[in-house]
Unconditional design. Structure first.
Lengths: 473, 473
């Protein structure tokens, strides 16, 4: 374990020499509280920073990092705070580097089809600005209305459109970054192809703020598809639903924008929470399939082919949502599943295991067993065609917090162990952060973890940038 | 510069203890010659190995690496030998590790839509096997008929379909690899999403055989589109042609499978070489636009929209190739440009600079100036919508080899300097290897190169795996 220095009054003064005083927050517990946690509900993962700084430029960040590196003070970068792995929480105290003031969209370059943005831009704002030119950033996550693009890059976030469009990393063409030692580097550019040296951009994407602090991001944009159709298809059980996923892609030859899976418990709970009705009576599992494109004729051909294929393969019903209103009704249910379970019980562990898509049905008996053994609810929904499942462990309201806290680590271990046996990994989009680092060995062998640690040391010899995340050195 | 040991008779014996004798080649210069070069024509980049080994398993490779690491003998992995940067050439002698015997397609998993292959499989063989199931690997390079998939991963190779489908890296979901220290690691799996720890797979892709030796590769497959249409569009000059590229994508809202650019000199030379005719009379530049999909109606809507847009924006003519024969006629010309110039003069430098697509017209006066100043031919063609240009410097047959060898480094420096000024990089798909390492500083700042060197040392403390490539330590 590394030894860190405390943030002394001298350090505070030094920070105030780098930044205007009002952007150096310290001493007031209430003011620091929002920086002590992310969206994980469990208290045990929260930790207060000693000071929060709100820099505006890469040069300021470089100076802060040089100071912190020299003085051995941990620095934790923070974006929108919407994470679910504790990645932005300063578990060793020190400095939180909040990037909210670096929130300019510097350029929407339509000729090169890229956006050049600062890391504190809210992800949805990029799409609002790009939409004026018929363009969009297709790799955004579900939290796009509040997350920052800098956080998306750090976590390699991805959303419901990953089947066709991939996740954040596919769209990051260039980065300006401050290293843990306080150097500013520029990587890539407005360039679609680039093989000059190791792909540091791709390494930095998803490195959870442990290798550098992004200060400028070049995001690839795509032409926005003009038309969207959603299909809500009900099946008697998960196996029948999941078996359809490769069939859609190989037989109908269509790559949908989204193929979301919802189990009965998830959709029921969300419908009750919203007082909404969806046609799921008598079914055991639902697929929500979104198609997009520009040709109305082609979309019709596609959804008819998929609908027929589903019916031939045991679907109970196919509901076509071809208007904005019908689509929003379905997606609203999908988006509110997590909230709905929070209403049932605020104490829950939102997981995001990934397994080979053909193995999704094999996950279900595992969840039934967890539910039974630990007397908890285990709803499951998520991105079926990516094999990425939001298994959520929800405290039984009859359990005490102490019982729940004793149960949860055991349940997680069983979940992760079963996932590994199926060839899966413990996280598909939320990241490892603080919460999952003790379970990393379920997904990675010893040599791989050792190589990652060596990379961390190569970038950050004093281990001051977001220490204690992903692994301990 | 590192000091390496020689391959002694004791080392040969040790290798013969690891492998059957017949797979340890040494002593016979003729037998070793094919391993002394890749597809670069210049003699100065060739270098003989001391011994060539042809292992069959990851365990054998691990043993070889342990031996080499202990004895400080350089090891250069080699695939199909189709590279254009000297990456597979053993410039410090030592062992060439030829992976041709590791050539099994282990699995075409249609349920998970992946292929599991060994690194020595010829890339096209994956597509032949996948095609039986209506699937394909869409990230393949132009040399797919002779290159190995292991080499594609090492170089992050990409081809003419990168606009829509991206390059090799997008499709690599899992790797088994032997580290320079002889450990076997397994990364990823049959998994589309995965954020467990640093993305080592993406770092290894394009690392030019300097960080590890791949022994098993999991390749994502896509449903194969059923229909293809090509448009050959002529323009008066490059600027008019290139201006169309973002217009096609943003106004017609179509992402073509390919948008290839050919200047008049390239297409003329290739047509003469093949004794072929294409409708380019009176034009100065051509775009070859490929669309693919499944709906005939949608494809027709798309190509008509693009054709009209082109004509509105100054195109001289649009030729629609909607049959296999017409398409092959055009692509045959495109594919034979390099060969055609080899017939003009075998001495040439095949470059692959990448610039922001909107800057492609600005490259043209640079090439004219190079041509004039150095009295050489500089044809230009390539992947327009990726900004990836095959600028080729061709020796004037009137120049002596000595004159050419004096001229080339100067011309390359001017080309790379101009590329950097336009925000571009020196390689979009061929890699740095041996040939371009002295020019790396045109694309990367000092800190970035230092970070890359630290990564290299983290993986390969003794610098024995493909040393002297990308940079010198």
């Amino acid at each position: 374990m590394d030894e860190y220095s405390k943030v002394t009054p001298e350090i505070i003064s030094a920070l105030k020499n780098i930044l205007p005083e009002k952007y150096v927050l310290h001493g007031d517990k209430e003011q620091l509280e929002p920086f002590s946690h992310d969206e994980i509900s469990e208290k045990k993962y929260s930790h207060f920073p000693e000071v929060v700084v709100r820099p505006r430029t890469a040069d300021e960040i470089a100076e802060i990092m040089k100071l912190a590196n020299r003085e051995k003070i941990p620095v934790t970068p923070r974006g929108g705070g919407t994470g679910l792995s504790g990645g932005a929480v300063p578990i060793h105290g020190g400095i939180v580097l909040f990037i909210d003031r670096m929130n300019s969209i510097l350029e929407i370059d339509t000729e090169n089809m890229v956006a050049v943005v600062e890391p504190g831009v809210i992800t949805n704002d990029i799409n609002t600005a790009a939409a004026e030119h018929g363009l969009w950033f297709a790799g955004y996550p579900m939290s796009f209305q509040s997350c920052f693009i800098g956080g998306n890059v750090s976590e390699n976030a991805g959303g419901g459109k990953a089947v066709k469009y991939g996740v954040t990393g596919r769209y990051i063409l260039g980065l300006e970054m401050v290293t843990p030692e306080g150097e500013i580097v520029k990587l890539g550019g407005k360039l679609v192809k680039n093989v000059t040296g190791y792909d540091l951009i791709k390494l930095l994407v998803g490195s959870e703020g442990t290798l550098g602090i992004f200060t400028k991001i070049i995001v690839k944009l795509l032409p926005m598809p003009g038309k969207v159709v959603d299909l809500l298809v009900s099946f008697k059980d998960t196996a029948s639903a999941i078996r359809m996923v490769p069939v859609i892609m190989t037989r109908a030859k269509v790559i949908p924008a989204a193929v979301e899976y919802m189990d009965l418990l998830s959709v029921q709970t969300a419908c009750e929470y919203l007082d909404e009705k969806l046609p799921y009576e008598g079914s055991g599992a639902l697929l929500l399939i979104e198609l997009d494109g520009n040709s109305e004729t082609a979309l019709e051909e596609e959804y008819e082919a998929i609908g027929e294929l589903c019916m031939e393969n045991g679907a109970l019903d196919v509901f076509v949502a071809d208007t904005r209103a019908k689509q929003e009704k379905i997606w609203n249910v999908r988006r509110n599943i997590a909230e709905a379970f929070k209403a049932v019980s605020p104490d829950q562990s939102a997981e995001d295991i990934t397994v080979p898509i053909a193995c999704i049905p094999d996950v279900m008996p595992v969840l039934d067993k967890l539910s039974e053994e630990f007397d908890i609810q285990v709803p499951c929904y998520g991105h079926a065609a990516d094999g990425n499942l939001h298994v959520t462990l929800v405290r039984n309201p009859d359990q005490t917090i102490e019982q729940w806290e004793a149960v949860l680590p055991k349940a997680l271990e069983k979940l992760y162990e079963a996932t590994a046996k199926l060839g899966g990994v413990i996280s598909g989009e939320h990241g490892i952060g603080h919460k999952r680092k003790q379970y990393l060995h379920y997904s990675l062998d010893e040599t791989s973890i050792e190589l990652m640690k060596r990379i961390k040391r190569a970038f950050d010899p004093n281990n001051i940038l977001n220490p204690g995340k992903i692994f301990d050195l």
